[in-house]
Write a protein that binds this ligand. Structure first.
Ligand code: PLP
Length: 345
């Protein structure tokens, strides 16, 4: 890895961050708070929340086995993705490399930040070669985006290739593990100390059942986390979200149960899908969804909409011609989907 200072935008490296009232006094012995122009009434929503979300991070750190100093929390993973661009990528100068197809936000954030986005097509098994990503990079490549299990394909990326990239790339490698709880593959979290250029993304939106509260996690070296903290909005995670997240940490056994159920349900739904005349192929998935190639994705999609069942039409995505992405629901929801498909045409 290049020295961090060479990877970070010069203005961000020099940035003196906003210092909030809660940054300047964060002790616990005071009882009178007259420092933030808050309204003294309407407890507890009158007070600014902890800018560094320390309680939530302690809970997450225990579950994930990661020290608090290596955790960043944001308004969804999308905040962490955007911050990676704003911290590392000089608009119109730097570029990033990503696999294709993958999660759409990497490109949207690149476009918003005017950073060139270089796509490298996966092979027919939705896998990549580290050397192909390295060949697409140059001295201005700051970030590489990997997503494992990948969205919308559902498969794990080959661990050896990810490791090859972590060792061979001089910039930052972002491994998006939004679906890792559903996967049989090992997370990269235990390897954070081994790879100073690694950022692992996870989220409360999928296995944790908390898409509504908007809470994303980034795990990285203390130096990278400090840069994210410097650039983020001071109170980027609101109090209601912090409270709900802390409660979910205590109820983590529920997440484990949901994951177990959804994996069983996925296997059942895939099995049933194979028997459908309009289904040509189901791609192996390690996530809470799977990709299915059908006879005519647009026709099947429209038909399902007319029956009140919504899946994701991925027909226009690279390598996903005539593919629908199906999220695994409850048994009842899955049965409604199957019932509709059995009556198709
Ligand atoms: C759903 C998803 C996320 C989650 O984004 P949030 O902003 O945390 O809701 C992140 N990455 C991928 C690949 C996803 O599919």
């Amino acid at each position: 890895m290049k020295p961090l200072q060479e990877l970070v935008r010069p203005n961000i490296w020099k940035l003196k961050p906003y210092s909030s009232a809660r940054d300047e006094y964060s002790g616990s012995s005071a009882s009178v708070f007259l420092d933030a122009n808050e309204n003294p009434y309407n407890t507890p929503n009158n007070r600014y929340p902890d800018p560094l979300q320390r309680d939530v991070k302690k809970g997450i750190g225990k579950i994930k086995g990661v020290p608090v100093g290596n955790i960043f929390l944001g308004n969804g993973s999308d905040e962490a993705i955007d911050l990676a661009y704003r911290v590392f990528c000089e608009p119109r100068v730097d570029n990033v490399v990503a696999i294709d197809p993958t999660y759409g936000m990497y490109q949207v954030c690149a476009d918003i930040n005017e950073v060139a986005y270089r796509k490298v097509l996966l092979d027919d098994r939705f896998q990549f070669k580290a050397e192909d990503l390295l060949a697409a990079s140059d001295e201005r490549t700051k970030l590489m985006f990997l997503c494992s299990p990948n969205n919308p394909t559902g498969n794990n990326l080959c661990r050896e290739e990810i490791e090859r990239l972590l060792r061979g790339f001089e910039g930052i490698v972002i491994v998006d593990e939004a679906y890792i709880d559903f996967s049989e593959a090992r997370s990269f979290l235990p390897d954070l100390a081994k790879y100073p250029n690694l950022i692992v993304l996870q989220t409360f939106s999928k296995a944790w059942g908390c898409a509504a509260i908007r809470l994303g996690m980034a795990f990285a070296s203390e130096d990278i986390i400090a840069l994210f903290n410097k650039v983020k909005y001071p109170y980027n995670v609101n109090l209601l979200t912090q409270k709900q997240a802390s409660e979910m940490v205590l109820r983590h056994y529920e997440v484990d149960r949901w994951v177990k159920t959804l994996k069983e349900e996925r296997a059942w739904l895939e099995e049933r899908f194979r028997a459908l005349p309009c289904v040509e192929r189901i791609f192996p998935s390690d996530a809470n969804f799977f990709l299915a190639r059908v006879t005519d994705a647009c026709a099947v999609y429209d038909y399902l909409v007319s029956r009140g069942v919504i899946v994701r039409n991925r027909n226009s995505v690279a390598l996903c011609g005539n593919c629908l992405r199906v999220t695994v629901g409850t048994r009842l929801e899955n049965e409604k989907l199957l019932e509709a498909l059995e009556k198709y045409k």
